[in-house]
Design a protein around this ligand. Sequence first.
Ligand code: SF4
Ligand code: SF4
Length: 551
Amino acid sequence: MRTLHQFHGGIHPPSHKAQSTRAPIATAPMPSKLVIPFRQHAGEAAKPVVQAGERVLKGQLIGKPEGFVSSAVHAPTSGTIVSIDMQPVAHPSGLPDMCATLLPDGRDEWVARQPLEYRDCSAVELRQLLRMSGIVGLGGAVFPSDIKLRLSRQKIRTLILNAAECEPYITCDDMLMRERAAEIVQGAEMLRFMLEAKEVLIGIEDNKSEAIAMMQQAVTAAGLPLEVIRIPTLYPGGSAKQLIRTLTGLEVPSGKLPTDIGVQCFNVGTTYAAWRAIAHGEPLISRVVTVTGNVRRPQNYEALLGTPIEELVALSEALPDTDRHIMGGPMMGFALPSLSVPLVKASNCIIAGSPALFPPPPPPLSCIRCTRCAQVCPADLQPQDLYWFAQSREFGKAQAFSLFDCIECGACSYVCPSHIPLVQYFRFAKSEIRAREQDKLAADKARQRHEFREFRIEQEKREKAEKLAAREKAALAAKAASAAPATVPAPDDAHAKIQQAVERARLQAAAVVPKNTENLTPAQQTEIAEIEISRARLREQAKSEVEHSKE
Ligand code: SF4
Ligand code: SF4
C-alpha cells in the first residue's frame, strides 16, 4: 500500500459531477459546419497547408506544425474547405484567430491510416508521429505531448497519469476511464516505454469509484505493473504539483518543472489520444467534452473539434434562464465570448450558467487580515499580501512574494469572507509584470540596435577615412615618381656610343661592294662622285659636332 502525502491547503467545493455521469458518452451528430482554429495548442499556430475550395478527407493534415513548440491540425471529417480566415475562437479575450471552415460532405471518408506497433518504433519516431497527429495535453494546458516525451538529462523515474479531475462539474476523464480503460492503460504503457520510466502511478480522486474499478480491472487484464491509486477528493488535487506531492511526497521547487525531479505527468485523455494516434493511426480530431450546468440533459459527448458550441449545447438543451457559458470548470474556466465559437482541444467542459447557479458575488469589502486565504492556498502563498501588492501596483514586491507560483486555482477567492476577487488581482499583476518585461525587452533590443547602428556608422566612417588616406598617399608617391628626372646616359657614355655608331656605319660602308656600278656612263660616274663627296662632307661635319660636344 502506497503512502500518500498531503499538500498544503485545498478546499471542498460542491462537486456537481453526478448529473453528467448518469448517461454514457454519446457521439455528437455531424455539425452543420466545422470551424477549425490553427492554434489549438500552446506555442506557434500551425501553418495552413490547404486552400479554400479544396476537398479534404477525414484526418487529413490541414495545418502543419510551425516551430519547436507547435502541433498539427487535421480535418475532422471529409468535405470542402470553404474559407481560411479570422474567426472568433474560445478565448477570454474574444479576439479572432485564423481558422479553416469546413463544410462536411456527409461521407465521413477517412484518409489512409497506418496503425503501428510502438515497440517496433524508436522513441524519436513515436514523438514525431505524435507531433504530426496533433496530440496535446487535453487536461486544459494543451502543451504539445511530443515535447513532454523528450528524454532529458534528468532521467524520468515516475510517470504519473493524472486522473484526478478535481474541478467541479467536469466528468470527461471520469467517463473516459469508465468506458475506455483498456486503451488508456495501453497508452500509459506506451508512454512509459518512451520515457523509460521505472514506475507508472495513476492517481484518481476517491469520488470516482467506477472509474477506479474499471482502471484497476484493465491494469490487471493487461498484466502491467501500473499502480491505480485512490487519492483524497480535495481541490486542487489534480494540479500537477499537488498531485506529484500527494503521490510521491516530492516537491517541485519554485520555478522548476516536474522533470527536474524525475517525474512527468500526462492527463488520461491525452494518454488515450496518444494511443489512438500510434496504434490506430488516428490524429486528434475529436475529444470527449462534458456539457452540464443549466441544461435539461447533462452528458458527455465525443464531438468533432471545430463543432460550434451552440450546436453542442443544443444537444443537452440549455434552459431558458441560461445567461452565460463557461469553458472549463467554475474555478478556473472562463466565460465564452460567444456561443458560435468552436470546440477545441482544450474544451473539456461547457457549463451553461444561470443567475441561480452562479449568483453575482456581493460587492467586495476590505481585507480583514483573517488569513483564511493563506490557509487554503495549495502553493503555500500569502494571498492577502499578494492582494495588497497587486492593488497598490507594487509588482516587484508581489514577485518577491512568489506571485508566479500562484496556479490561479481560485481557492483563496472561494473562502474570502470579504468576497475579494483575489485571482483577478493576481492575473492582473502577472499580466502587468509580463507586459513590463516585454516592454523592457523591447527597449533593450531597441537600445542594442541603436548602439550597433552607431558603431556601424562610426566604423564605416573610419574605413572610408583610411581608404582615402591610402589613396592620397599612393597618389603622392606616383606624383613624386613622375617628377623625378629621366635617367640619361652620362656625357661620356653618349660620346662613346656615338663614336661606336659612327665606326659601325663606316665599317658597314667599307664592306659594301656595289653590284650595279659596272659599265656606268660618264654622267653616272660623275653623279656618284658628287654623292660620295657630299657623304664625306657630312661625315666630317658629324665628327666635328662630336668633338664639340666632348669639349
Ligand atoms: S481571506 Fe480575504 S479577508 Fe481574509 S485575509 Fe485573505 S484576502 Fe483578507
Ligand atoms: S489562486 Fe493562487 S494564491 Fe489563491 S489559493 Fe490558488 S494558488 Fe494560492
